[in-house]
Design a protein around this ligand. Structure first.
Ligand code: G3P
Length: 221
């Protein structure tokens, strides 16, 4: 399972990238709006720091505007994946960008039918938003299961990128289903690393070692 960070926060990206935990990044206009720096500078910097795929989203909603933005965003770097909303004009853009050798991530996917359409158009990734479905009283993970099964039945090469992840259990469930990628807000990656028994165990190891040092003042190793 690949782990992407769902953020435009450079500090978090550097922190987890230095631990070797970041396979890629997804951003969106909302995530960029939360940062102080200029969005163009942020995008340029993310693409420079992270070696894996970096999804940068278009804000146009017509074919021409999406294509024009896609070409501009792609200039940020080879690893840019253009994020396109699930719209009819978006699918036309996905098809054309694929012909041009440009990877795409179809975003705002809320049904298996939309995922099939995006895959048929030629998307490299589809992003089901599972947390938002859960919020609306639908089971987001059921959608992931359906998409993974359909793609597997027909050997579609489009990656299932689980987005709008809200807690570590979402990650475990997505992994059990076999989703290719999960994109996580940085705090969820932090939560995945932590366990109270790890903290308790470490505190007890260190306390016991202090006793050993007291009993053997000249101890060295
Ligand atoms: O990658 C999409 C994601 O950012 C949406 O998450 O938490 O706004 O539903 P959320």
């Amino acid at each position: 399972m690949k782990i992407f960070l769902d953020t435009a926060n450079l500090e978090s990206i550097k922190k987890y990238n230095d631990m070797g935990l970041v396979d890629g990044i997804t951003t969106n206009p909302t995530l960029l709006s939360r940062e102080k720096e200029n969005p163009a500078q942020i995008m340029r910097e993310i693409v420079r720091i992270v070696k894996g795929p970096v999804s940068l989203e278009v804000v146009g909603t017509t074919y021409d505007s999406m294509m024009e933005e896609a070409h501009r965003l792609k200039k940020y770097g080879k690893n840019v994946v253009v994020k396109i909303p699930m719209l009819p004009d978006g699918m036309r853009a996905v098809k054309k960008l694929k012909e041009e050798g440009i990877e795409t991530n179809v975003t705002l996917v809320f049904s298996a039918n939309q995922a099939v359409i995006a895959a048929k158009a030629g998307a490299s990734y589809v992003s089901p938003f599972i947390g938002r479905l859960d919020d609306a009283g639908q089971d987001g993970m059921t959608l992931v299961r359906e998409i993974v099964q359909i793609f597997s039945n027909y050997k579609f090469t489009t990656n299932v990128l689980v987005a709008s992840v809200r807690h570590p259990m979402h990650v475990i469930e997505a992994g059990k289903i076999g989703a290719h990628v999960v994109t996580l807000p940085p705090d969820i990656l932090g939560k995945m690393m932590a366990h109270p028994l790890t903290d308790k165990g470490l505190a007890s190891f260190l306390a016991d070692w202090e006793k050993v040092k007291k009993e053997n003042p000249n101890l060295s190793f």
